[in-house]
Design a protein around this ligand. Structure first.
Ligand SMILES: Nc1ncnc2c1ncn2[C@@H]1O[C@H](COP(=O)(O)OP(=O)(O)OP(=O)(O)O)[C@@H](O)[C@H]1O
Ligand SMILES: [Mg+2]
Length: 222
């Protein structure tokens, strides 16, 4: 197995070092793996995911993802737009763009015609069962529907890695199962590396590997 993520001694603090969000993370993840990350609120899970997706950089240590050295590369936009699909803890949809325009966002970094971009976004909306809502504003959607839009957006650039931060946190169990099935299908059929942060132990158990974070450190591997 080749590893797609290699993190060593990663540290990140906030508030002039008073809050140690990550306190020496060492982690390797194989390409195509399905990993869950659990840990109590404030333990550093979102911070870790942000570092893997190059949404933030650490103070110390190294992060290599999909062949990019994130501490050194000048091609961070390239990395984000080609390799990573991010499902945020809060959906982060843009309220004054339509549903389909929200899904198109990751494609703006690509050289692609507007027509092609829209077609691709509509295909993904179809996959998550929301093609008929493409033209409306996300403010008119339910929480579960918004999360499905967020997932369509995360998938539209055909990422090698999906980072999902509590993707089912605010959903009922039926919708939650549908969303999980969608993510796990992608992992199984397309060999996408799937990393899910969750508080739900039933979800966490579905992964091939479970990681627990406590006080900015990995305390447990299974
Ligand atoms: N931008 C920031 N500025 C200051 N402190 C921050 C910032 N982001 C995170 N923190 C702090 O870093 C620590 C880790 O936060 P993080 O968001 O990674 O936790 P988490 O494990 O994702 O928690 P939750 O399960 O509640 O989402 C917390 O103490 C948090 O208050
Ligand atoms: Mg979090």
């Amino acid at each position: 197995m080749t590893s797609i993520i290699k993190i060593s001694n990663l540290k990140k603090s906030y508030e002039n070092g008073n809050i140690k969000a990550l306190n020496g993370i060492d982690l390797e993840i194989d390409e195509g793996d399905f990993v869950s990350i659990i840990g109590q609120s404030g333990s550093g899970k979102t911070t870790l995911l942000n570092m893997i997706g190059a949404l933030d950089i650490g103070d110390e240590g190294s992060v290599e993802v999909a062949g990019y050295n994130l501490n050194k590369t000048k091609r961070l936009n390239d990395f984000r737009s080609k390799k990573i699909g991010f499902v945020f803890q809060l959906h982060n949809l843009i309220p004054n763009l339509s549903v389909v325009e929200n899904v198109e966002i990751p494609l703006y970094a690509r050289k692609m015609s507007g027509e092609k971009r829209k077609k691709k976004a509509l295909n993904l909306l179809d996959l998550v069962g929301l093609k008929d809502k493409a033209k409306i504003k996300p403010t008119r959607l339910s929480g579960g529907e918004r999360q499905r839009v967020a997932i369509a957006r995360a998938l539209v650039n055909e990422p090698s890695i999906i980072l999902a931060d509590e993707p089912t946190g605010s959903l009922d169990s039926q919708t939650s199962n549908d969303i999980l099935k969608l993510l796990i299908d992608l992992h199984e059929k397309e060999n996408v590396t799937l990393i899910i942060v969750t508080h739900d132990l039933n979800i966490s158990k579905l992964a091939n590997r479970q990681i627990e974070v406590l006080d900015g450190k990995i305390t447990n591997f299974k």
